[in-house]
Ligand binder design. Structure first.
Ligand SMILES: Cc1cc2nc3c(=O)[nH]c(=O)nc-3n(C[C@H](O)[C@H](O)[C@H](O)COP(=O)(O)OP(=O)(O)OC[C@H]3O[C@@H](n4cnc5c(N)ncnc54)[C@H](O)[C@@H]3O)c2cc1C
Length: 293
C-alpha cells in the first residue's frame, strides 16, 4: 500500500525549497475541494501533500494599484463576493462567484486552486481569460509571469513546473466603453459544475456602435480545455454591433468549438447553448455600455 505524507512548511520559501527537491511526487494543497475528491477517486496519487493553506499573509489579498487588480492565490470565492471592487465593469467576477458551488464551498475554495485544477468546468478560468489575466508563478529560483491563456496546455495539464506555486492572478480592469458578463448552464442552480459556461469582455469605440475588441472565453473550446474563442474574437473586432454581426459571430463560434458529449449534455447541445450565450452576453454588455437598443 502506498503511503501519503503531509508536509506543513513553515513559510512560502520553505514550501518552495521542498518542492524544488521533491516536486514530482508532491501536490500543493490549498483547500483540497478539488484535489481530495480526485485523490479519493484515485485519479491522482501524490506521495506528499504540501499544505500552503496557512500562508494567508503572503497569498490571500485583493489589491488594486496603478491600474492593475491583483488577487493572491489563496483568495477565496467568498472573498471575491465580499469585495466592493467587483461591481460595475468587473461585476463578471461577482456573477461567476454567485453561481459557484454553495456557501460552504465558496468559503474555502481558492482562486489559485480553481485555476491550477485546469478542469473544463471551472467557473473562474473563462472569467479571468476574458479579462486578459496573467499569472505569477514563484519557485525557489525566482518568479515568472505567464498569460492565463497560455497556462492550460491540456486536459488537467498546465504550463506550471513541479517546482512552482501559483502566487497571484492579475489583470487590468476594463476601461472606456466596456463591460463584462458571464453565463453558466447547469442542471440546477446550486452545487453544479457547468454544462456550458461562457464569459465576455467587450469594448466599443466612441461611436458606441463599433466593436473595438471582444474577448469570449469558454470551457471546452477544443476538447476539454478552457480557452479564448480566438476566431470569434478576431471576427468581432472592428464590426458594427448588429443582429447580423452577432448571427455571423455565432456561426464562427460554432465552427471553432469541439464541444464534447458526456452524461451532462451532448456536444451539439453545448454548441447550441454556447451560441445562444454569445448573443445574450453581447446584448447584455452592449446595453450596459449604452450602445444600440
Ligand atoms: C461540492 C463542490 C462543489 C464545487 N462547485 C464548483 C463550482 O461551482 N465551480 C467551480 O469552478 N468549481 C467548483 N468546485 C471545484 C473546486 O471547489 C474549485 O476548483 C476550487 O476553486 C479549488 O480550490 P481549492 O483551494 O480547493 O484547490 P485544491 O483542491 O487545494 O487544489 C486544486 C489543484 O490546484 C493545485 N493548487 C492549488 N493551489 C495551488 C497554488 N497556489 N499553486 C499551485 N498549485 C495549486 C493543487 O495541487 C490541485 O492540483 C466544487 C467542488 C466541490 C467539492
Amino acid at each position: 500500500m502506498s503511503t501519503l505524507e503531509l508536509y506543513s512548511p513553515t513559510d512560502l520559501n520553505d514550501a518552495l525549497r521542498f518542492i524544488e527537491h521533491d516536486g514530482r511526487n508532491a501536490a500543493v494543497i490549498a483547500s483540497g475541494t478539488d484535489l481530495l475528491p480526485r485523490m479519493r477517486r484515485r485519479q491522482i496519487s501524490p506521495s506528499v501533500l504540501v499544505d500552503i493553506s496557512s500562508f494567508t499573509e503572503d497569498l490571500r489579498y485583493i489589491r488594486q494599484a496603478e491600474g492593475t487588480v491583483r488577487l493572491g492565490a489563496l483568495t477565496t470565492v467568498t472573498d471575491l463576493l465580499e469585495s466592493p471592487l467587483f461591481s460595475g465593469k468587473l461585476s463578471i467576477i461577482r456573477e461567476a462567484s454567485m453561481l459557484f458551488g454553495a456557501p460552504q464551498v465558496r468559503n474555502v475554495a481558492t482562486v489559485g486552486g480553481n485555476i491550477c485544477s485546469a478542469a473544463s468546468s471551472e467557473d473562474l478560468i473563462p472569467v479571468f481569460m476574458a479579462l486578459g489575466a496573467s499569472l505569477k508563478l514563484v519557485s525557489a529560483k525566482g518568479e515568472r509571469t505567464i498569460p492565463l491563456k497560455d497556462f492550460i496546455v491540456g486536459k488537467r495539464e498546465t504550463a506550471m513546473k513541479p517546482s512552482e506555486i501559483l502566487a497571484e492572478v492579475s489583470f487590468s480592469p476594463p476601461v472606456g466603453h466596456s463591460w463584462t458578463a458571464y453565463e453558466k448552464l447547469g442542471r440546477r442552480n446550486m452545487l453544479i459544475l457547468a454544462i456550458v459556461n461562457e464569459a465576455l469582455s467587450v469594448t466599443l469605440e466612441d461611436d458606441l456602435r463599433t466593436i473595438r475588441s471582444a474577448r469570449v472565453a469558454l470551457n471546452r473550446v477544443s476538447g476539454k480545455i478552457p480557452a479564448l474563442a480566438a476566431k470569434t474574437n478576431d471576427f468581432l473586432q472592428g464590426k458594427r454591433v448588429s443582429d447580423q454581426t452577432i448571427a455571423r459571430a455565432q456561426k464562427v463560434l460554432a465552427s471553432e468549438l469541439s464541444l464534447t458529449s458526456d452524461f451532462r449534455g451532448s456536444g451539439e447541445y453545448r454548441t447550441e447553448v454556447a451560441q445562444v450565450y454569445l448573443r445574450r452576453l453581447m446584448e447584455r454588455c452592449v446595453r450596459q455600455i449604452g450602445g444600440p437598443s
